[in-house]
Each structure stands twice: as C-alpha cells, then as structure tokens.
Ligand binder design. Structure first.
Ligand SMILES: Nc1ncnc2c1ncn2[C@@H]1O[C@H](COP(=O)(O)OP(=O)(O)OP(=O)(O)O)[C@@H](O)[C@H]1O
Ligand SMILES: [Mg+2]
Length: 360
C-alpha cells in the first residue's frame, strides 16, 4: 500500500515537534472532524518539548473546555496537571457587543460593521494576537472554527486594510455627521468614530507584523484535520488551495476516525464503511504525497479529559496498528479457524444460491 512506501514523508506529526522555530500552529478542517481533539493533543505533545505552550480556541462554540474538562476564559489559564500548558477561549464576536451603546447607536455600529464584513472579528483577532505576542509563549496552537470561518480570519490583514480605507472614505463623505450622532446619543468618546479609527490604525503595525509571521514557514504551519469521506476530502483540497493562495505553509494532514481492519469486525455495515474509507484514504495519499499524513483510529468512546487525550496521543507519533498485529500464535490460530469456518459457510451459501438459479 502507498502508505508504507519508504519515500513518503513520515506518517506522524513528529516534524512539528522537531521544528522548534515554530511559533504559530493552526489546526483546522470541516466541522466535527476532530480539530479540538487534535489541537489539544498537539498542545500536550508540544508542552513536552517546548518551554511554554498556549492553546487558543477561536471557535465561538468553545470546546476546549469540553476536551480538557476545565473551564477556560479569554485570559490564559494553566491547564490542570501541567506546568507550562495554558489555554484560552476567545470569542471573535464579543467585541461588537461590548461596543454597543444606546439603541440608535447600536444600529449605526451594526451598519458600519455590515459595510465592512468581518471587520469586528478581524479587529478582535488582531487585538488578541497583539496581546498574545506580548506574553512570550514559545508556541501558540490555534483550535480554529470550521473551515470557512478560519480562512476568513487568516484573511484578516487584507480585511482590515480594506476596512480602514472604507472608513476613511465614509468619513470624508459624511464629514462630522458621525461625530454629531455620537454626541446626540451621548456616546462616550471611547466608542466614538475617532476612537474606532484610531484603533484601526493602531492595529496596522500588528497586522503587518503578524501577516509576515503567518507567511513564514519557519514560524507558522497549518495542520489540516479531516476524515476519510468525500466531503472532507473535498474541503481539505479547498483548504490547502486557499492556504497556498495566502502563502501559509501546510504539510501535515491528520485523517481522523479511521476504521482499521481489526480482523474480528463482523458487521457488514462496518466492512462497507471500511471499503468506502479506503477509497478516500487512497485518494488522500495520492493527492498529498508530499504531506505528513497521520491516521487516527475511530474509538468507541469520546476523547475527553486530559487522561483520554494523553492516552490517544501516541497515535500522533507512531502509526496505528490494528490489534491483529499483537496477537499470540494461539489467538491467531483461533482466528484462522474462525475465518476458515466463515469461508466455508459463505461458499456453501454461494453454492446454494447458484443451484437455486440453475433451477429457475
Ligand atoms: N478518533 C476518535 N474516536 C472517537 N471519538 C472521537 C475521535 N476524535 C474525536 N472524537 C470525538 O468526536 C467529537 C468531535 O470532536 P472534536 O470536538 O475534536 O471535533 P471538532 O472538529 O473540533 O468539532 P467542531 O467543528 O464542532 O469544533 C468529540 O466528542 C470528540 O471527543
Ligand atoms: Mg472544535
């Protein structure tokens, strides 16, 4: 099988642990494929080789708390049981609510925000990055929201630049109107037009700096998480193309929820799904032969809590082997005889059907 060939990149995320120049590690993919699980485990593994690690969730649905079974906030909190692993959950939409003033002003702001899609999110993302940069973590892992959303965030430097230009032109067009409105509604200067403009301008430096860092493969990489199904393959390809367009490095793919052939899988449904998965696995290997592709087994239970995350983490480093590989001679003999019996049954069934057909 292609996966076993010698010349392929190593089938693990070891390369990320080894690359000690890395500062930003994004983990993204379609909804529900295992982004939070993978980014959490990656941060745990990184905490063993790096001085200090911060994992940030930018998904409004915040599931780091679920994964680690610990409540996190928008300030970095030490993860229980670790001395150098911190977690925080930022809400990309919260900024807008905080700005909200009296009713009339709210609609003015939302109109402004609508005029520049994504501006509020981009602003709070930039502000968060600015904050995080001053904190001096060795490496920062992002558990991102499902694909579309992530790509929007990565576009934020250009979003902000466009936003700035638009606000400037609005300002020129309407002159002091906005300032008057601000006074009329008795809005604090802190929320006034100038303040917003100032903040936008202040962000420019951070944006430029971060933009440069995100495009530097020594500092930044993007780990794509997926499952062996059509939609996920499709989404991964779209993601990889977009990342290439934004010049963001990516060379790791984690294929999660893989059904391994555990010999004793009896269910026809599971066998059928395995065949389906194999088809997409083959395509992943074909399309991404220059990527480090890791496969993770689908477990019977969820992966929540530090212990479960730790227990799952070895699969990130050593390719998973179905349990058949660990059987004793006696167990294998038993299996062979069961399989032989099953084969005989199937042959008898086939014979019966053939005979039936001949009669008909
Ligand atoms: N290999 C696996 N085997 C069994 N359960 C898994 C596996 N990987 C993840 N899970 C479970 O599946 C659920 C979804 O995983 P996770 O939250 O990591 O996905 P996500 O991509 O972050 O989802 P979302 O898009 O909603 O943020 C979780 O309950 C997690 O514990
Ligand atoms: Mg998640």
């Amino acid at each position: 099988m292609a996966a076993d060939s010698q010349d392929l990149p190593e089938a693990s995320i070891q390369n990320i642990l080894d690359q000690d120049s890395l500062k930003w590690v994004f983990v993204g993919g379609k909804g529900g494929v295992g982004k939070t699980t993978c980014s959490s485990i990656l941060s745990i593994l990184l905490s063993r080789v790096r001085q200090s690690v911060l994992i940030i969730s930018t998904d409004p649905a915040h599931n780091l708390s679920d994964a680690f079974q610990q409540r996190f906030t928008k300030t970095p909190t030490l993860v229980n049981g670790f001395t150098n692993l911190y977690a925080m959950e930022v809400d990309p939409t919260v900024e807008n609510e905080e700005v909200g003033g009296p009713d009339g002003m709210d609609s003015l702001f939302s109109e402004l925000a609508n005029a520049i899609p994504g501006i509020d999110e981009a602003m709070s993302f930039a502000e968060m990055l600015k904050l995080v940069q001053t904190m001096d973590y060795s490496v920062i892992v992002f558990d991102t929201a499902p694909t579309g959303h992530t790509l929007r965030l990565l576009q934020f430097p250009s979003t902000l630049e466009k936003g700035l230009a638009k606000v400037m032109s609005l300002r020129n067009k309407f002159g002091g109107l906005m300032t008057q409105m601000t006074r009329l509604f008795g809005i604090d200067d802190e929320f006034g037009e100038d303040a917003i403009l100032g903040r936008l301008e202040g962000m420019k430096d951070v944006i430029e700096q971060v933009n440069k860092q995100f495009k530097d493969p020594d500092l930044t990489t993007f780990v794509c998480v997926c499952i062996p199904e059509f939609l996920s393959l499709y989404e991964t390809e779209r993601l990889v193309q977009e990342l290439t367009k934004f010049e963001i490095d990516t060379h790791n793919i984690i294929i999660n929820q893989v059904l391994f052939d555990e010999e004793d899988v009896d269910s026809k449904l599971l066998r059928a799904r395995m065949r389906m998965q194999q088809k997409y696995l083959d395509q992943f290997y074909m399309l991404y032969d220059d990527f480090h592709i890791s496969k993770l087994p689908l477990l019977a239970e969820e992966v929540t809590g530090v212990e479960a995350l730790k227990a799952f983490s070895p699969h990130f480093l050593t390719p998973y082997k179905p349990s058949a590989a660990n059987y004793t001679v006696e167990e294998l003999e038993q299996k062979v005889s069961t399989l032989r019996q099953r084969l005989q049954d199937a042959e008898a069934e086939l014979e019966r059907i053939r005979k039936g057909k001949q009669k008909a």
